[in-house]
Ligand binder design. Structure first.
Ligand SMILES: C[S@@+](CC[C@H](N)C(=O)[O-])C[C@H]1O[C@@H](n2cnc3c(N)ncnc32)[C@H](O)[C@@H]1O
Ligand code: SF4
Length: 466
């Protein structure tokens, strides 16, 4: 069900928004990854997979392959990366992925169809094209695909050789996410990511010629030396390239957790007020060019599936961000990858060499995870409603979880009162609605429902919400 305002870009009131600038999760999962624990083991995961096989009809599959390698590290990077110039590691890594895929295939019941496949990183094309081809073919030999599978890959234009193009041409990939971040050479230098503009545009045009479903571009705001004026030039160039989707990520700056981010000169970072000005410019320019705000950081053309899902109320969120394939069981393959299925999250060993060793010798690759309680599932539904549909209908939650909404969430509703006064949410007898301004601060609104965050002793560190 579409809430009419979800199409409207918000009017930003800096005085209100800046009041809410604080560290908070991005809610690609609930409970968030810092609350996964090592008491969750491989046996728990196997039991959960067997449970998922018994559901009729079985959920379709989404497979995520994590390829963590990068030959040089961008100073801002918040992804799970293994820096190395030694391409020799590719072969043993692909062997490990194939071993994990094969044991997953043996555990999953017959007839489970692949609806979504995503290769992310790191930089998937760090791996030579021949090995990528071997992995690609093994996936499609192992699983039958559904009617319209989404098959996506993250591409760094600086790491795409001729053989990679040949691989992409013959592959089944129909979605490409292309990393740009910022075309400004001064910003690129400050983040240690030299990326020639002409070469990037030419890679983009070549990918377009492959004539596949969707091209998406990744940008980032909040990087050193960025201003609304300077970044507006990058946005203009990207609009000129006409991608189907644009992700403009809010730079997650967590130097206390990510030592390489400490190499950024903090004095060069835009202030929260400047970041807000940049965000206002981004929203204004992209929506004027016809893009729709999908949710946190994401924009799409009105004809794109994400925009349609937003309109229909069928948008979901997982570790890759927003998705239209919400009903899938998600299995992460590779170092550090996270699976989400049945009522569990399970995460693999983070260190790539240790992951390879475990996978190829047939030992458990599980590092930690969590089995969700009834209350976790309830709170996750509320948080997903806020993040993906900008509303939570009390009767739907009550029917699904057997609670009385206003009673169960008495404290949370009280804590939302100041947000209602600030125009972030509206509370009624029937539903809780996120207003256009609240969509910019939806992490703050979701945080009200996060029982782990609000527990004494929670030491997890998160990036700031503005
Ligand atoms: C996993 S990276 C892979 C992309 C590819 N390696 C590249 O750099 O082109 C996907 C995207 O995450 C985003 N990203 C990386 N670090 C981030 C951070 N600290 N905060 C927010 N977004 C970040 C960037 O926009 C990047 O393109
Ligand atoms: S942004 Fe991409 S290329 Fe840069 S370090 Fe992160 S994963 Fe590697």
């Amino acid at each position: 069900m579409k809430a009419p305002e979800t199409w409207d870009p918000p009017k930003i009131d800096p005085e209100i928004v800046l009041k809410y600038d604080r560290p908070g999760p991005r809610y690609t999962s609930y409970p968030t990854a810092p609350h996964f624990h090592e008491r969750f083991t491989c046996e728990d995961r196997i039991r959960a997979i067997r449970r998922s096989n018994e559901i009729a009809p079985p959920a379709p599959l989404s497979l995520y392959f994590h390829i963590p390698f990068c030959s040089s590290l961008c100073r801002f990077c918040g992804c799970s990366v293994h820096r190395t110039k030694d391409r020799g590691i590719s072969e043993s890594y692909v062997d490990a992925l194939l071993a994990e895929l094969s044991s997953l295939g043996n555990l999953l019941g017959k007839g489970r169809k692949l609806e979504q496949l995503h290769w992310g990183g790191g930089t998937p094309t760090f791996i030579p094209a021949g090995l990528l081809g071997k992995l690609h073919d093994a996936v499609f030999d192992s699983f039958e695909t559904g009617a319209s599978p989404e098959i996506g890959i993250e591409l760094d234009p600086r790491e795409l050789g001729e053989s990679h193009f040949e691989f992409l041409e013959r592959s089944r990939f129909n979605r490409f996410s292309i990393g740009i971040q910022d075309f400004d050479p001064r910003v690129q230098e400050a983040v240690h990511r030299a990326q020639d503009e002409k070469a990037t545009v030419s890679v983009f045009e070549r990918l377009r010629k492959l004539d596949r479903a969707s091209l998406s571009v990744d940008l980032m705001y909040g990087l050193p030396l960025q201003t609304a004026r300077s970044f507006s030039s990058t946005i203009g160039k990207v609009i000129g390239m006409a991608p189907d989707r644009v992700a403009v990520f809010n730079f997650a700056y967590i130097p206390e957790q990510l030592p390489h981010q400490r190499t950024i000169d903090a004095g060069l970072l835009p202030s929260p007020a400047e970041k807000l000005e940049i965000l206002g410019m981004v929203i204004g320019e992209l929506t004027s060019a016809g893009y729709v705000c999908i949710g946190m950081d994401h924009f799409a053309r009105p004809g794109d599936e994400l925009a349609a899902a937003l309109k229909e109320g069928t948008l979901h969120r997982n570790f890759q961000g927003y998705t239209t394939k919400g009903g899938c069981d998600l299995f992460g393959v590779g170092a550090t990858s996270i699976s989400q299925f049945s009522n569990v999250y399970s995460q693999n060993i983070k260190d790539a060499p240790r992951y390879i060793e475990a996978a190829v010798s047939g030992r458990s690759t599980v590092m930690r995870g969590i089995e969700l309680t009834g209350e976790d599932l309830l709170r996750r539904d509320v948080i997903n409603g806020l993040m993906c549909r900008s509303e939570v209908r009390k009767n739907e939650i009550e029917e699904k979880h057997g609670i009385e909404f206003d009673m169960f969430f008495k404290n949370e509703l009280e804590n939302l009162a100041p947000m209602e006064k600030d125009g972030l949410v509206s509370l009624s007898r029937y539903k809780l609605e996120v207003k256009p301004l609240g969509r910019l601060l939806v992490r703050n609104i979701a945080m009200v429902f996060d029982a782990y965050l609000n527990r004494a002793g929670c030491k997890a560190s998160f990036s700031r919400t503005v």
